[in-house]
Design a protein around this ligand. Structure first.
Ligand SMILES: [Zn+2]
Length: 212
C-alpha cells in the first residue's frame, strides 16, 4: 500500500485534503483562448497536481471531484443553453499507446464523471467516446500556431458506428487541459463534418484562463 498523501499538496493521510478540494470546488469557470471553450480553473497547483495524479499516477478516485469541476465548466461554456437539449460529452481521444501505458483513459473517465455530476444537477447528460485518431500526429511542443494547425488537420475522425441514437443531443467537447485550443478546434471540425456540430468545449484547466 502506498502511503496516502493528498495528490494536490502532499498532506498526509488523505488522497484529497480539504484545502485542495476547496481550491478545485471554489475555482470560477471562465473562457480560455478559444471563447467557446471554458475551463474550470487555471492550470496551477494544486489543480495541476490533481490532474497529473489522476492522469499519470492512476489516482482514479480523483475522477469524481475533477469531473464535478469539468461539469461546472460545461455549464459555464453553454450558459443558458445548458438545459435546452440533452448533453453529449465527447472526450478528446487519447492515443492508444498512452491508454495501454497508463492502464486507463483519463479523459474518458473524466467525461463520465462530469456526465454523472451534471445528472446529479438535474441535466440530461451522457459521455460517448466518439472521436479517434485518423492518423498519427507529431508532438505539438515546439510547433508554431500555423504548424500545429497543419499537423492536426484531419487528424481526428468520428467513429462510423458511434453516432446511432445521438440525434437531438447537444455535443460538448471535453478534455482535462487546454493550451492553445488547436486540438479542440480539430475535434470540432471532425464532429461538424460528421453532422454533430459542437458549439462548446470544456476542460478542467487552462493555461490561459479568464474568469468572468
Ligand atoms: Zn491538499
Amino acid at each position: 500500500m502506498l502511503p496516502a498523501r493528498c495528490a494536490g499538496c502532499g498532506t498526509e493521510r488523505t488522497q484529497l485534503c480539504p484545502a485542495c478540494r476547496h481550491a478545485l470546488a471554489a475555482a470560477r469557470p471562465g473562457p480560455t483562448l478559444l471563447p467557446w471553450a471554458h475551463a474550470a480553473a487555471p492550470y496551477a497547483d494544486p489543480v495541476r497536481q490533481l490532474l497529473l495524479a489522476h492522469k499519470e499516477r492512476g489516482a482514479l478516485r480523483l475522477a469524481d471531484p475533477l469531473g464535478e469541476a469539468l461539469g461546472r465548466a460545461v455549464r459555464s461554456a453553454l450558459g443558458p443553453r445548458a438545459g435546452s437539449a440533452p448533453l453529449l460529452l465527447v472526450p478528446m481521444p487519447s492515443a492508444r499507446a498512452a491508454v495501454r501505458a497508463r492502464g486507463h483513459d483519463p479523459t474518458l473517465r473524466l467525461a463520465g464523471a462530469a456526465a454523472r455530476a451534471l445528472r446529479r444537477a438535474g441535466l440530461d447528460a451522457r459521455a460517448e467516446p466518439l472521436l479517434r485518431h485518423a492518423r498519427p500526429v507529431v508532438d505539438q511542443a515546439g510547433l508554431g500556431a500555423a504548424e500545429r494547425r497543419r499537423n492536426l488537420h484531419g487528424a481526428l475522425t468520428v467513429l462510423p458506428r458511434a453516432r446511432r441514437g445521438l440525434a437531438g443531443r447537444q455535443p460538448v467537447l471535453v478534455d482535462d487541459l487546454v493550451t492553445t485550443g488547436a486540438s479542440l478546434a480539430e475535434a470540432a471540425r471532425a464532429l461538424a463534418d460528421a453532422g454533430l456540430p459542437a458549439r462548446a468545449a470544456a476542460t478542467v484547466a487552462a493555461t490561459v484562463h479568464r474568469t468572468g
